[in-house]
Design a protein around this ligand. Structure first.
Ligand code: PBG
Length: 331
């Protein structure tokens, strides 16, 4: 046997839990979590999302109860996504501007029930359009500048309902600056913007589209506005633009397949950087858990610490309540 150079034995630091804890480089805490929840109309009702085991759509009263639980667990913020009734969807997404739409009502109910929790709302037209796109259409085209005007109206509507963070997920050009200006001009200087800055056209949104009921409507795909998954430098340009235009925080989405992008964005800008562990990522893990192929808690924690390692300040994840519960128990 060749002689080994054992001047260094890296295993020495892995011998037991106390030493592993001592040299651990990253930690996941409840402060890192944003919990996305799906809202439906009605009362006292929860509907399982078939493609997302363990995730339910909640009526506003149930969502308010979950907000109270989330607040008690120490989860800093919720992200709200409405499943709008098909009868309220139209070509131009009119329901997005209704001050009594699902999301606005949910904001008010949650702010009342759980005043310490941050409320984030999604700015994009897809839950409201009959074609399932995030923007307005002319023929087959998603028209940018008119869409930005609509998004500004939508963001103001959400701000008036009391959301704390608006999160434009639409990927139109110029929308961050337009939304920032409009918020400021209307007395909402304190409303934060988390931009979905590097959002890729991804197959991993499939289960989400079922959850919000937009999948069946979607005409074509979103590749003329969401990013090409082959690109990396372009993500830095997108993030630079959003930060210049006034984004307070930026997001990379999806998460696990784009950890390289998270790291580059954090290194380049040092801004508050978030990742969205999207529906398909959650469902992949849960499908394997259901088959007995993966241990849920281990896979959940390992998938989330990866984001911390990649430089993220926080993660939007459907695992949020499960993680927070485990952390509270001292996991
Ligand atoms: C819509 C939006 C999507 C997600 C968040 N906001 C889907 C899409 O762009 O089609 C995906 C979230 C997930 O998959 O968990 N603007």
């Amino acid at each position: 046997m060749a002689s080994l150079d054992l001047t260094h034995r890296p295993r020495r630091l892995r011998q037991s839990e106390w030493t592993r804890r001592l040299v651990r480089e990253n930690v996941l805490t409840t402060n890192d979590l944003i919990w996305p929840i799906f809202i439906i109309d009605g009362e006292n009702r929860r509907e399982p999302v078939g493609s997302m085991p363990g995730v339910e759509r909640l009526t506003i009263d149930e969502a308010a109860k979950e907000a109270v639980r989330a607040q008690a667990l120490g989860i800093p913020a919720l992200a709200l996504f409405p499943n709008t009734d098909a009868s309220l969807r139209d070509e131009t997404g009119t329901e997005a501007f209704n001050e009594n739409n699902l999301v606005c009502r949910a904001c008010r109910a949650i702010a009342k029930a759980a005043p310490e929790i941050g409320i984030m709302t999604d700015v994009a037209l897809d839950p409201y359009t009959s074609h399932g796109h995030d923007g307005l259409m002319r023929g087959d085209e998603i028209i940018n500048d008119e869409t930005v005007e609509a998004l500004v109206k939508q963001a103001l509507n959400q701000a008036r309902a009391g959301c704390h963070i608006v999160a434009p997920s639409d990927m139109m050009d110029g929308r961050i600056g337009a939304i920032r200006q409009a918020l400021d001009a209307n007395g909402f200087e304190g409303v934060q913007i988390m931009s979905y800055a590097a959002k890729y056209a991804s197959a991993f949104y499939g289960p989400f589209r079922e959850a919000v009921g937009s999948g069946g409507f979607l005409r074509g795909d979103k590749r003329t506005y969401q990013m090409d998954s082959a690109n990396s430098d372009e993500a830095l340009r997108e993030v630079a633009l959003d930060l210049e235009q006034g984004a307070d925080m930026v997001m990379v989405k999806p998460g696990m397949p784009y950890l390289d992008i998270c790291r580059r964005v954090k290194d380049e800008f040092g801004a508050p950087t978030f990742a969205y562990q999207v529906s398909g990522e959650y469902s992949m893990i849960m499908a394997a858990v259901e088959r007995g192929w993966l241990d849920r808690d281990k896979a959940m924690f390992e998938s989330l610490i990866a984001f911390k390692r990649a430089g993220c300040d926080g993660i939007l994840t459907y695992f949020a309540p499960f993680v927070a519960e485990q952390l509270q128990k001292g996991a």
